[in-house]
Design a protein around this ligand. Structure first.
Ligand code: SAM
Length: 329
C-alpha cells in the first residue's frame, strides 16, 4: 500500500474537493448577502481535470475523497462525476457535503451513482431562524432532503451544526434530541475564523466543552469515538438512541497532529490547511499538458508545505483570504 507522508510524518490520505464556488444559500457567517466574486466558469476545474487529478493521486496514496463547494449539488452533472470518481481504483471512501436544499430529488440518483454516505449542514431546526441564517426560506426542503437520504439508505447521514453563541445555541438540545428517534449522526462544530469578509468574533465560538456539558446535563453520554467514519469527531450516544452525537473542536482543542487531509479548490489550487493561503496551483500545469509525474511532484510540494498546525489561538493569527465557500469547509 502506498503511503503519503508530510514533513511531520502524518499520513495524508484524504482529499476534499470543492467542485464549485457557487452556492444557493447565503449563510450569514459564511457568505455576504450579495454573494462573493465568482470564479469565471473557465477557471473552474472541469470534470475531466478533477478525474485526472484523483486518478493520479489515488495511485500515490489518496484513498478518501469528499466533494464539497460552494454547494456541490448545483454543479451540473454532479451525479455523473460521482459515478466516475466511484470507479477510480484506490478510492475506497467517497462522500459529499451539502446544504441539503436539492437533496430530496438528488438522493436516489446519488445512491445509484455509488454514493454511500452524506453530510448535511443544518444550523437550525426552526423554519424562521433557518431563513434568517441562510437568507433563504427553505427549511422544509432541507428537511425533506434529510428524510429522503435516510429513506434511500445513505449511511451514515450526518448533520453538521455550527454552534454560534447568540445565534443558535438555544437549539443544541433540540439537535441532540433528534438522535433519539432517528438514525442521524449530529455533529457540533466550533465556529472558526475563515475568510477575509467573515464576521467572526472569538466570543461567538461556543467551545465543544460548553456544548457537551449542556447535552450531558440532560442525560450522560455513552461511549467515545464510536465508529461513524470518524475523522476528527469524538462521537457518543445517549442510551437507547438510534443516532449519535459528535463533537469537532478545531478551535478549542485542535486535532492538527492527526490531520490527514488536503483540499483542492474549485479553481485548482491545492490547499495544505484550511487556515493557510499557501496554495499550490495545479490547474496551470494541468492545462499546460503536464504528465502524471509532474502532478505527483505538485502533490509532494503541497505535502512539504503543510504546516504543523493552525495558529488560531496565537496573537499573530491572521484570517485566510479565501472565503469558506471557495475552500469547501
Ligand atoms: N454547501 C455545502 C454545505 O453547506 O455543506 C458545502 C460547503 S459549506 C462551506 C461546508 C461547511 O462549512 C458547512 O457545514 C458550513 O456550515 C461550514 N462553515 C462555513 N463557515 C464556517 C465557519 N466559519 N466555521 C465553521 N464551519 C463553517
Amino acid at each position: 500500500m502506498v503511503r503519503l507522508l508530510d514533513s511531520f510524518n502524518r499520513k495524508i490520505e484524504y482529499l476534499r474537493i470543492s467542485i464549485t464556488d457557487r452556492c444557493n444559500l447565503r449563510c450569514r457567517y459564511c457568505m455576504p448577502e450579495k454573494g462573493i466574486e465568482l470564479i469565471p466558469h473557465t477557471g473552474i476545474l472541469s470534470f475531466e481535470e478533477i478525474i485526472r487529478v484523483v486518478t493520479v493521486f489515488a495511485k500515490l496514496g489518496i484513498s478518501k475523497v469528499r466533494l464539497t463547494g460552494g454547494e456541490p449539488l448545483v454543479r451540473r452533472d454532479v451525479v455523473a462525476l460521482i459515478r466516475r470518481l466511484n470507479q477510480i481504483q484506490g478510492i475506497r471512501d467517497l462522500s459529499l457535503t451539502t446544504n441539503g436544499l436539492l437533496l430530496e430529488s438528488f438522493a436516489p440518483r446519488l445512491v445509484s451513482a455509488g454514493l454511500k454516505r452524506i453530510n448535511i449542514s443544518l444550523d437550525s431546526l426552526r423554519s424562521e431562524r433557518f431563513h434568517h441564517i441562510t437568507r433563504r426560506r427553505a427549511f422544509d426542503q432541507v428537511w425533506a432532503g434529510i428524510e429522503k437520504s435516510l429513506e434511500v439508505g445513505l449511511e451514515p447521514v450526518k448533520l453538521n451544526v455550527v454552534a454560534i453563541r447568540g445565534f443558535n445555541d438555544d437549539e443544541i438540545l433540540d439537535f441532540a434530541r433528534l438522535t433519539i428517534e432517528k438514525p442521524l449522526h449530529v455533529r457540533f462544530i466550533e465556529y472558526m475564523p475563515t475568510g477575509k469578509h467573515q464576521p467572526w468574533k472569538p466570543e461567538e465560538t461556543l467551545t465543544i466543552d460548553q456544548i457537551k456539558k449542556k447535552i450531558e446535563g440532560v442525560m450522560p453520554l455513552l461511549g467515545k469515538n464510536l465508529p461513524v467514519h470518524n475523522g476528527p469527531a469524538k462521537t457518543y450516544r445517549w442510551k437507547g438512541s438510534l443516532g449519535t452525537i459528535g463533537f469537532i473542536s478545531p478551535v478549542s482543542r485542535h486535532f492538527c497532529q492527526s490531520c490527514n487531509r488536503l483540499r483542492l479548490t474549485s479553481d485548482g489550487k491545492l490547499r495544505t490547511c484550511l487556515f493557510s493561503d499557501d496554495e499550490v496551483d495545479i490547474r496551470e500545469y494541468l492545462r499546460d499538458g503536464c504528465n502524471d509525474r509532474k502532478l505527483g511532484e505538485l502533490l509532494e510540494t503541497a505535502l512539504s508545505k503543510k504546516p504543523q498546525g493552525h495558529t488560531i489561538n496565537n496573537h499573530y493569527f491572521k484570517k485566510c483570504q479565501r472565503n469558506m465557500s471557495s475552500i469547501g469547509g
